[in-house]
Each structure stands twice: as structure tokens, then as C-alpha cells.
Design a protein around this ligand. Structure first.
Ligand code: SF4
Length: 170
């Protein structure tokens, strides 16, 4: 279970360095502005788990719409003009987990920023990019060292792994 939990944690991290490439390759859906009635959002009791992928995660909310189960991820901070790629991948992972856990493929998920909600379509392309990302992470897990993928000292300064990362910048 610890291993599975790490997968999602690592996923969140890996998204930052892979997202640019994945977007180019997969043509990630950028998200569309929607109005979302937060009163319909239900809390998630326990993490969702996909044993075949060793993936687990807990969306902030699930909302039932016309027989579909839609995951909602809540983000704090300033709302961007369009969802960050890392957030899109995280939401895609929740869509995948909902599909595995409930046997219903969500047509989209929702990213909630302060004052702005985006619906992101869970397309076949997005799912494929996510599965590629998970496979790539699995390969990296078996490597002794994974080099830093960026030259952004500021990112390292804010990183929670800075104290144990041998490859930090700055
Ligand atoms: S300190 Fe920098 S290189 Fe190390 S994990 Fe964090 S962001 Fe990546």
C-alpha cells in the first residue's frame, strides 16, 4: 500500500517535468470554463485504488451528474488562465481511478481554482499520455538516479524534497 501511495505522490512530482513534453505529444485538453454547483459535491470517504496499475489517490470530491461520476480536484492559489498541465494529469489519474473503482468512465473531471472552475475532458489521448507517464515513472523507479529535468533554481528552492535531493539547483 505504501508503494501504491508513493506512485501517486511521485506522479504529482513527475508531472512537472514531463508535462510539457506530454502536452506536445498528446495534445492535452486545455480545460473549459464551467459553472459548478459546489452543493452537489460529495466528499470521498476513502482513497480509490487501481491494483493493476499500483495507483491510488483521493480526489477532493466526487459529483454525480446524469449517472456519471465526476472527480473534482480543488486547488488553492491564484487561478490560472488555463489549468496547469500537472493539474490536468492529476485529474486524469482520478478519472482513471473512478473508471477502475466504479466501472464508469468519467467524460471529464473538474479542477476548481478560487473563483474559476475548469472541466477537462478525459479523452483517450489524455488517458494514453497518463499511462505512458506511469510506465515511464516505473522505469525511473528502477534507476539509481534520475537527473534533474530543469534549470529552475526557484523550483528547487520551493521543493519539499530539497533537503534530500542531491541534484537540487542553486
Ligand atoms: S530539489 Fe529540484 S531537482 Fe530536486 S526534486 Fe526538488 S525540484 Fe527536483
Amino acid at each position: 500500500m505504501l508503494y501504491a501511495g508513493l506512485i501517486l505522490l511521485l506522479l504529482a512530482l513527475a508531472l512537472f517535468w514531463l508535462s510539457g513534453r506530454q502536452r506536445r505529444q498528446a495534445g492535452l485538453p486545455g480545460g473549459r470554463l464551467v459553472y459548478s454547483d459546489t452543493r452537489a459535491w460529495g466528499p470521498v470517504e476513502k482513497p480509490l485504488y487501481a491494483p493493476s496499475l499500483g495507483l491510488t489517490g483521493k480526489p477532493d470530491y466526487l459529483v454525480s451528474v446524469s449517472g456519471q461520476i465526476i472527480p473534482v480536484e480543488v486547488k488553492s492559489g491564484l487561478a490560472p488562465a488555463a489549468p496547469y498541465d500537472s493539474h490536468i494529469f492529476q485529474l486524469a489519474a482520478y478519472c482513471l481511478l473512478v473508471d477502475k473503482a466504479y466501472g464508469k468512465r468519467p467524460p471529464h473531471g473538474i479542477i476548481h481554482y478560487p473563483g474559476r472552475d475548469f472541466a477537462v475532458d478525459y479523452t483517450a489521448g489524455l488517458e494514453s499520455a497518463l499511462l505512458d507517464l506511469i510506465s515511464e515513472m516505473r522505469r525511473d523507479e528502477r534507476r539509481n538516479a534520475v537527473p534533474r529535468s530543469h534549470e529552475q533554481a526557484n523550483r528547487c528552492l520551493r521543493c519539499g524534497y530539497r533537503s534530500i535531493c542531491d541534484d537540487r539547483a542553486g
